[in-house]
Design a protein around this ligand. Structure first.
Ligand code: GLC
Ligand code: GLC
Length: 650
């Protein structure tokens, strides 16, 4: 878009830009800057246009983008160009991800590099390495309390190690995902130290107050994220003599994005990691980026504007790099993080599908799919060039973030139903085999979330203790059932390290004073590679899970309609234990696939009459996963307990 005011400002900026920048070959940089400048300018103006130094800040923004472009390697620039050509590359069904802690998975970065075969054995070709930047000992929040954004924790490795890893991953065609913790810093970050010592420039990087009056106003509408360990949203810093906003733990200081200097610093850091070879950056806690008195300080419009400028700027410097939004918020809010418009208001290409995740767990507990079906039906349509990250477990807790209206629609009482789910997963409910732990219990609101490893939550730990073969079998079936859905739903499936091996809860965190107050550590294991070797021993639990997932991944990659082009139709079927959806090809191709999942322990039937146009045309449909045809009885498909089908129906 050509608009006079923005363009004449751009001319000014290009005149004033530093000579060392001008001398470079910046052709691609300038065409992209020209294309995005109008959007960048108007968004930046909405956020910071009132300031006297606005034009100076714009200049500094453009210089930041240009400097990072100059530092970008030829190899990465080439990849940018390829991806600009094939801009929907990430919607393909060929991608399958895994999230892991470097330390827990392989000790350090060289160790991780040494284990790349493991991913290829399983079929995983996208690896999210959770934060590897330095954090103060004892107050790290598992890597999310960063004290230096451009270094690597020396215990994990060096920047050179990371570059080597990224290089080898590129050769193997495995994508690298890294975190940028955009919402807050550690209280030991340089900026925080400066603020503490009284430097007003850095005090303005955070929200600090000499009295309680503003904090008290904020508190009236802000929920508590960690009510047990870090109640309230402000912390008194004795040395600074000020209150500072700390939405998460008291040692995580929220950054003040109403200050453009903060925005530019964080853009610089995002581009730094893009230049280290990350294909995708996971932006942590993005819902929290803007704070406003009288609001929950989540999902504010300005938080979206910030993400839009970050995206536009990243497209100028490193257009091949994608963003993941980590926004674990209400179903109606999540899809807004894709942006509202593919050209002028784009945000993150990928977002965590926390809605599907929580709904799947509801179906596990209730053994029916009433809420799952209802919740998916109310999931808003997303932009075309956007996709979900579908997951069953991750390093965080499971929040029961359903919409109350959906719970009512499914004929439950919201409060009672949530209580049932907590009781179920913490094993308090009589018939439950789950071994989860409560997380973030809020005695004021009655709220709680759930920690626990996948295997322990679906009853494997319980079954092993009892030596109950049938229960062991059920737990394994549930693990596979849940994965069959994240692999077929549409989006990038993200496995959690350890889950492909049936890793149980790890109670050792209780002996560590840094960890014992945070139950999420129960599901952040160190992989036992001797046990992992059993994945090659037929008959072992590790083998049963690993080999099945390996097959599932291989089959997924061959099913073209599993790519995410919003080509999914949810089917309304009579049987309340089933979750059924169809994946259809675009442009009248062949290859419709019907996905059927049974959350009940007993076999269920799916009447052909429920299937409408999805009714199998000729004879018996074939399940692409097993390669066999399911049983048919009385014009119904028979679906064994805790099982799924991926049926080819045309
Ligand atoms: C994100 C992380 C979580 C962390 C929080 C605060 O939600 O996933 O682990 O505690 O941000 O940084
Ligand atoms: C994230 C999520 C919240 C989660 C927390 C810690 O910011 O919004 O749901 O519980 O981090 O795990």
């Amino acid at each position: 878009m050509y608009e006079q005011v923005a363009h004449s400002l751009l001319n000014d900026i290009l005149n004033r830009i530093k000579p060392e920048i001008c001398q470079q070959d910046l052709r691609h940089f300038y065409t992209r800057l020209g294309a995005n400048f109008y959007a960048i300018h108007s968004l930046f103006e909405k956020l910071y246009g009132e300031r006297d130094d606005f034009e100076q800040q714009m200049l500094s923004l453009v210089e930041t983008m240009a400097k990072r472009y100059i530092q970008r390697s030829d190899e990465l620039r080439q990849r940018d160009l390829q991806r600009e050509k094939d801009h929907n590359w990430f919607l393909s069904q060929k991608w399958v991800g895994m999230a892991l802690y470097c330390k827990g998975f392989a000790d350090d970065l060289p160790g991780l590099r040494g284990r790349l075969n493991y991913f290829q054995e399983l079929g995983v070709n996208l690896i999210h390495v959770m934060p590897i930047m330095p954090c103060p000992e004892g107050s790290s929040d598992g890597g999310y309390a960063v004290s230096d954004f451009q270094k690597i924790d020396p215990r994990i490795g060096t920047l050179q190690n990371l570059n080597d890893l990224a290089g080898e991953m590129r050769q193997r065609e495995i994508l690298l995902v890294l975190d940028v913790v955009v919402n807050h810093t550690s209280n030991r970050h340089y900026w925080a130290e400066q603020a503490r010592s009284g430097n007003p420039v850095y005090q303005d990087y955070y929200y600090t107050f000499t009295t309680r009056s503003v904090p008290d106003m904020f508190e009236q509408s802000m929920p508590e994220i960690f009510p047990e360990n870090a109640p309230g949203n402000f912390t008194w810093d004795e040395e600074m003599g000020r209150w500072v906003m700390t939405v998460f733990n008291d040692y995580q200081w929220d950054l003040n994005y109403s200050n453009p200097a903060v925005f530019i610093e964080m853009l610089n850091i995002i581009l730094f990691w893009a230049n280290q070879g990350a294909d995708i950056l996971r932006l942590d806690a993005v819902a929290f980026l803007w704070k406003k008195i009288g609001s929950t300080c989540q999902n504010e419009r300005e938080a979206h504007l910030i993400l839009q400028v970050l995206k536009d700027c990243c497209q100028v410097t490193a257009p091949g790099v994608l963003f993941i939004a980590e926004a674990i918020v209400a179903p109606g809010e999540v899809s807004k993080y894709f942006g509202e418009d593919a050209v002028i208001a784009k945000e993150c290409e990928i977002a965590y599908n926390a809605t599907l995740m929580a709904l799947l767990w509801d179906a596990v507990a209730t053994k029916n799919t009433r809420l799952l079906n209802q919740g998916i039906r109310s999931l808003p349509i997303k932009l075309e060039r956007a996709t979900w990250l579908n997951y069953v477990r991750c390093h965080d807790d499971i929040g029961l973030g359903f919409d109350d209206r959906d719970i009512l629609h499914a004929d439950y009482h919201p409060l009672e139903h949530r209580k049932f789910l907590i009781d179920y997963f913490t094993g308090r409910f009589a018939e439950s085999h789950a071994r989860g732990l409560p997380f973030g219990q809020n005695h004021k609101t009655g709220d709680a979330r759930i920690s626990g490893s996948l295997a322990s939550l679906v009853g494997l730990e319980y079954a092993l203790e009892l030596g109950d073969e049938r229960a062991i079998d059920d737990a394994i079936k549930l693990i596979l059932l849940l994965h069959s859905l994240i692999m077929s739903f549409g989006g990038i499936p993200l496995l959690y390290y350890g889950d492909a091996l049936g890793t149980l809860n790890d109670d050792s965190y209780r002996d560590d004073p840094e960890k014992k107050g945070d139950t999420r550590w129960v599901h952040r294991p160190a992989i036992d590679w001797q046990k992992a070797a059993r994945r090659n021993t037929p008959g072992s639990i590790e083998y049963k899970i690993f080999s099945a997932l390996k097959r599932m991944i291989a089959v997924r990659k061959e099913i073209a309609v599993f790519a995410d082009f919003n080509n999914r139709e949810l089917l309304d079927v009579q049987n309340p234990h089933l979750f059924v959806f169809g994946r259809y090809p675009l442009h009248h191709q062949q290859g419709h696939v019907l996905v059927v999942a049974n959350f009940n322990r007993k076999p269920q039937h799916l009447a052909f009459d429920d299937l409408g146009t999805w009714k199998p045309r000729h004879g018996r449909p074939v399940d692409l996963y097993k390669g066999e045809s399911p049983d048919i009885f009385n014009r119904s498909l028979v679906i064994p307990g805790f099982s799924f089908y991926w049926l080819e129906v045309s």
